[in-house]
Ligand binder design. Structure first.
Ligand code: PM9
Length: 461
């Protein structure tokens, strides 16, 4: 007898609510014009469902809020730092901890310590802030992700994997001494939240050990990656999320972390290390950029919330529901024939703007246009992850033309319900129905660094 399918529900109940403002189309037209058609520049109070990012937008639990009340705000030696250090050692397995205000603080420090001018830093697809810090330190980023990652519909279960042949080709071309480390993002944000397999991490570790290249994990969404390994990789079904996470980290020398994602807080990050010498330098540099090495730009209460967030984030019920929500939206869009990145990733559903708006050329900014149109349609805010985010080649000055031209619908953790998800799907469905009428953009203002945050656009006539 076949078993009846049982419904799914969020594994929490709601204790405090924040009221949402519904806007009219006229109000949204005005708000978008003031924002130069860039969703980053829209005021939050003009947004109905905010899927701009999963960064710092999480809902904290009562236990985390209780932790905020026992913040030890001493300048030096806060007890919350020691608690955070213990949690990072326990769940991630690194020996040393340097707290930072957020992920890019850790990226800045590790880049400055390890990269010399003229070095190369391979990675499994670029991430905006990570690559910029590598470049500012004098390095050049080289993409060594497998080809499948650049194909929005390839069904590879671990599209975040490193292509060892590409890595080897780089080592042969420039020499291992010019490669201080490889960055491995788990999961890979710009590829659509795609995971890396344990087998691949093991192979990269082995190769890098042979060539004396360090492995630095971008552990920002490592817990989500661990869940995909449990789901998809042979030999891991019966392992717990903490066991998988520890094993993943064991194949690296260090990790940069934006706690604003996996760790269920609104601010915070860290650099975690195993080598004493590198730690000593990092502990020294953090004083220059962030604050003393026992707070790194954070209040004691922020460190406590992050320490408690780690324990909640590795719970199976939490991570299953978190990724389950993203999967739910992804599957509904697939059923409607809307082009999205597949397999559905961990933190977001990514609309394929090249396929959604095939009549627009890439330098008419299809993903930027689509994100703006989604806001006009429904008040839902998403983010461009295409040519604008990719920026310009620092040598030639030309735009990078990434294969993936995406709009990211990013899910804050524990914030929206299944009903919000249904509203989202219906909004995209009606936008898809009128896709042929949508005109592209030209860029009218372009800042020098990380242009996607502040660039402005005008609609083409
Ligand atoms: N990610 C995101 O929305 C926020 C800034 S970019 C819009 O996805 C990875 C994989 C990230 C990330 C931030 C950082 C930087 C590093 N690695 O934002 O500095 O996704 O805490 O972290 C954002 P911070």
């Amino acid at each position: 007898m076949s078993q009846k399918k049982r419904s799914w529900a969020e594994p929490y109940k709601i204790k405090t609510v924040e009221l949402l403002k519904m806007t009219t189309r006229e109000e949204r037209v005005r708000a978008l014009a003031e924002a130069g058609n860039n969703t980053f520049l829209i005021k939050s109070e003009d947004v109905y469902i905010d899927l701009l990012t999963d960064s710092g937008t999480n809902a904290m639990s009562d236990v985390q809020w209780a932790g905020m009340m026992i913040g030890d705000e001493a300048y030096a030696g806060s007890k919350n730092f020691y608690n955070l250090e213990e949690m990072v050692q326990k769940y991630y397995g690194y020996k040393y901890l340097v707290p930072t205000h957020q992920g890019r603080g850790a990226e800045n420090i590790i880049s400055q310590i390890l990269i010399k001018k003229g070095d190369y830093v391979p990675g499994n697809m670029y991430f905006t802030t990570t690559r910029l810090h590598q470049e500012l330190a004098g390095g050049s980023f080289v993409d060594v992700i497998i080809d499948e990652a650049h194909d929005s519909t390839h069904p590879h279960p671990f599209k975040g994997n490193v292509d060892l042949n590409k890595l080897d080709a780089l080592v042969k071309k420039v020499g291992a001494e010019k490669i201080p480390y490889i960055t491995i993002g788990v999961t890979v944000n710009m590829a659509g939240g795609q995971p890396v397999s344990m087998e691949n991490l093991r192979q990269v570790r082995k190769y890098c050990q042979q060539h004396k290249i360090r492995v630095v994990l971008d552990a920002t969404r490592a817990i989500e990656n661990a869940y995909f390994i449990k789901l998809r990789e042979n030999g891991y079904t019966d392992k717990t999320i903490p066991e998988i996470l520890r094993e993943m980290c064991s194949y690296s020398d260090a990790a940069t972390m934006s706690g604003k994602k996996d760790l269920l807080v609104n601010i915070g990050g860290f650099l975690a290390l195993n080598e004493w010498d590198v730690f000593e330098e990092a502990r020294n540099l953090v004083v220059v950029y962030e604050g003393l090495h026992t707070y790194g730009g954070l209040a004691g209460r922020d460190m406590e919330a992050m320490a408690r967030g780690i324990e909640e984030a590795v719970q199976y019920d939490h991570i299953k529901a978190r990724i389950g929500q993203v999967e739910y939206v992804g599957q509904r869009l697939i059923e409607l024939g809307v082009p999205i990145v597949q397999p559905v990733g961990g933190h977001a559903v990514f609309l394929d703007a090249k396929k959604f708006l095939p009549h627009l050329k890439q330098d008419q900014f299809p993903a930027q246009t689509l994100a703006a149109e989604l806001y006009l349609e429904s008040g839902i805010r998403a983010m461009e992850r295409g040519i604008v985010s990719a920026g310009r080649n620092k040598e030639t000055g030309d735009h990078y033309y990434p294969k993936l031209e995406l709009v990211r619908l990013t899910f804050p953790r524990r914030v929206y319900t299944q009903a919000h998800c249904d509203v989202l799907v219906e909004s995209i469905e009606s936008l898809y129905a009128r896709r042929n009428e949508i005109k592209g953009f030209k860029m009218t203002y372009e800042p020098k660094y990380l242009r996607f945050f502040q660039a402005r656009f005008e609609q083409l006539k």
